[in-house]
Ligand binder design. Structure first.
Ligand SMILES: [Cu+2]
Length: 123
């Protein structure tokens, strides 16, 4: 190899290294972070009533129905998880859709379940 060729090799290597670094960054961003929340349904309300995550986060929710059975339902994410009285359900989903979505209880055992509203914000 001549002296003339070496800088080109160096540039090629540097370009490759930058490309790998850029791809790794993109992959990390697409994968998102793992975000865990404990939500309680009690007295016909959710606590907390607002959940905020970043797009592509993996959201893990532990939903407990503290008094009677309740559900955690988000239509846009096709989530409808029911927890029996005094029980907890754990589930996860990828927040791959940005926006502000309401979560609610879709059970019909008591009319007051209709008051149960929360908000999922995906930034
Ligand atoms: Cu309910």
């Amino acid at each position: 190899m001549t002296l003339f060729q070496r800088p080109r090799l160096l540039i090629a290597f540097a370009t490759f290294a930058i490309a790998v670094a850029a791809l790794t960054t993109v992959a990390a961003r697409t994968q998102g972070q793992v975000r865990e929340f404990s939500v309680v349904g009690r007295d016909f309300a959710f606590s907390p009533a607002a959940i905020e995550v970043q797009r592509d986060d993996l959201v893990k929710i532990s939903f407990a129905a503290a008094d009677i059975a309740h559900s955690f339902t988000v239509d846009e994410y096709r989530i409808a998880k029911r927890a029996g009285a005094g029980q907890t359900v754990v589930f996860e989903f990828r927040a791959d859709r940005a926006g502000s979505f309401s979560f609610y209880c879709n059970l019909t055992q008591d009319d007051r379940c209709r008051q149960m509203r929360g908000r999922l914000v995906v930034r």
